[in-house]
Design a protein around this ligand. Sequence first.
Ligand SMILES: NC(=O)c1ccc[n+]([C@@H]2O[C@H](COP(=O)([O-])OP(=O)(O)OC[C@H]3O[C@@H](n4cnc5c(N)ncnc54)[C@H](OP(=O)(O)O)[C@@H]3O)[C@@H](O)[C@H]2O)c1
Length: 322
Amino acid sequence: MLHYAVVKALRYHRFGPAAEVLRWEDAPDPRPRRGEIRVRVHAAGVNPKDVLTRKGKLGPLVRGFPQRSGQDLAGVVDAVGPRVKSLRVGEPVFGMIGGMGSGAVAELAVIRADHAALAPRSASMVEAAAVPLAGMTALQALRDHLRLGPGDTLALNGASGGVGVFAIQIAKILGARVVAVCSARNEDFVRELGADEVLPYDEAPLVERDRRFDAVFDTFGTAPFAKARRVIAPGGRYVTAIPRPDSLARGLASRVVPGLEAHLVLVQSRTRDLTLLGQWIDDGKLRCVVDRVWPADQAAQAHEHVETRRARGKVVLEIPGA
Ligand SMILES: NC(=O)c1ccc[n+]([C@@H]2O[C@H](COP(=O)([O-])OP(=O)(O)OC[C@H]3O[C@@H](n4cnc5c(N)ncnc54)[C@H](OP(=O)(O)O)[C@@H]3O)[C@@H](O)[C@H]2O)c1
């Protein structure tokens, strides 16, 4: 394995506003340990979680400085640690550094081999880097929590965002009818991705509609279960991506609200889910929707764009010189 004296990485030495704290700077060369690979990163996705982490909103889960930023990456395997059999040096991969790990926005990043997969052949590195966190969140929410299938009508709140653009397409692949909730300006955009119907939230929020759906997925937070239950049909299912105290307790809801199921999705990084998403991309069933791309040394602008909460699809950073 080659050792590099230093590599460039996106880091911060205190929590705070993006423009003040994010630095594209020299950092130690990361070394893969047992079960890990080192990736020469070409592109890295930016997610709201990276923003929350950098602002210090995840409390004691993030300790010590400097902190490295980013979980989603696409690149080429540069080295493998002991006991890695699934991936080899030189292979193009994409993945999500799982749990509270970070460090994807760097020239070299270390990731568990079982949190990565071969990158889809038909996608660029920028497109592949847009997929892991948001794509797996949508997949796990719809397939595992909602058990979505043909005949179901899904109401999808936040349909034009990073998770939403994958959720529309995956719900269609699973055979459901999709009712997308987004602002009126994004109506054509979500229809083009497969939405069957659009309910602009600027006319009325989902939870105030006089409708019933088999399944509701709240990716934005304005349809918490306590309000959304009135738009869920008897026997229907609910899932949210927003881990607030009320949604953490929401697993109990299925016991206190007979006939309704409620879940919180907490995305898990898994090779098999990445492989499935990559297969759908290569089969032409799933599109990677990239809103904007910045070079990693201008990451503050990318974070600020994500913070507007108006991104259309995904925001991605390209590693200079990769
Ligand atoms: N629990 C987990 O494992 C997990 C995993 C992934 C994400 N998340 C969380 O899920 C949330 C969504 O992530 P994301 O990447 O999709 O975020 P995002 O890309 O920042 O979402 C932006 C989208 O939100 C839409 N939006 C803004 N105001 C809205 C409203 N009032 N009602 C409905 N939609 C609205 C915007 O649409 P318009 O421009 O049309 O307004 C925009 O397209 C974040 O809070 C993130 O932290 C959790």
